[in-house]
Write a protein that binds this ligand. Structure first.
Ligand SMILES: NC(=O)c1ccc[n+]([C@@H]2O[C@H](COP(=O)([O-])OP(=O)(O)OC[C@H]3O[C@@H](n4cnc5c(N)ncnc54)[C@H](OP(=O)(O)O)[C@@H]3O)[C@@H](O)[C@H]2O)c1
Length: 259
């Protein structure tokens, strides 16, 4: 079971303005809440708000999978925040294809790239002038996946898009280091969320096992809680991580072998 850590320092992120994609539920909602708990002002976005969406954040409805959608959302976010210091590219999803990699249609590869990879580039490009204007101390955190390092055939398109995100994050960190803007890429393992439940249920049905069986066997004894990822985001967004950039950090309870 997730053990709640000591309460966050409510002033650590005071004055910081954060934009988090996909904060309506799951990992994104936990990130939004954790940044709020640290004192940040947060704008988040998704196509639909849910009961999980933190009320203290400003929610802007929109679709992040197209350039037009990103431009609309980021402009609205900047209007609301008046600038930006922290960007968390979290929105992402995958549809499972059990018929072999060649059964994944062309449009599905393009969708996977749009949502899991290009959205992060488009959001970052749109917000970069504001990040640069805010000066040293900014942070961009991309939520990738352990599937980037250990892809499985039914999610080959998703794993490939996340692997591209890892490479992009490293290049971006190098380019933005002189401006004092840091970039980090997080690779969650199995984390229990509404989105992951849908994917895992597909695997469970195909293998005729339970949902719990799919996320069993994590060395640290449990699947991830969205707050496990949110804690790392809060650290990486803060000055505690002021000498950390260009990293890919796997947070998976020990699931991945050494790669
Ligand atoms: N959970 C895991 O085990 C796991 C493991 C590795 C990596 N990840 C990554 O962690 C991130 C969050 O995943 P999660 O498990 O929390 O998923 P989730 O429960 O499905 O939440 C995904 C979030 O992204 C939003 N989103 C999806 N498509 C969107 C679109 N086209 N436009 C705008 N927003 C969109 C969703 O809202 P709407 O659908 O309403 O738009 C929701 O807020 C993803 O990048 C995922 O790839 C998750």
């Amino acid at each position: 079971m997730f053990r709640t850590p000591s309460p966050a320092d409510p002033t650590e992120l005071t004055g910081k303005r954060a934009f988090v994609t996909g904060g309506s539920r799951g990992i994104g909602a936990a990130i939004v809440q954790r940044l709020l708990d640290g004192g940040a002002t947060v704008v988040t976005t998704a196509r639909t708000a849910t009961d999980e969406t933190p009320k203290a954040a400003t929610f802007i409805q929109g679709d992040i999978s197209t350039l037009a959608g990103v431009l609309e959302l980021t402009a609205a976010a900047l209007d609301q925040l008046g600038g930006v210091d922290i960007v968390v590219n979290n929105a992402g999803a995958a549809r499972t294809h059990l018929g072999g990699i060649s059964s994944i249609p062309d449009e599905e590869w393009l969708d996977a790239l749009d949502l899991n990879y290009l959205s992060a580039i488009r959001v970052t490009n749109a917000l970069l002038p504001a990040l640069r204007e805010a000066g040293a101390g900014g942070a961009i955190i991309n939520i990738s996946s352990a599937a980037a390092l250990m892809p499985v055939p039914p999610l080959a398109h998703y794993g490939a898009a996340k692997a591209a995100l890892n490479a992009y994050g490293k290049a971006l960190a190098t380019e933005l280091a002189p401006a004092g803007i840091r970039v980090a890429t997080l690779l969650p393992g199995h984390v229990i969320t509404p989105g992951a439940d849908v994917i895992n249920q597909t695997f469970a049905d195909a293998m005729d096992v339970s949902l719990a069986d799919i996320t069993a066997g994590v060395p640290l004894g449990r699947p991830g809680d969205p707050r496990d990822i949110a804690e790392a985001v809060a650290y990486l967004a803060s000055d505690r991580a002021q000498w950390v950039t260009g990293v890919t950090l796997t947070i998976d309870g020990g699931q991945l072998p050494i790669i």
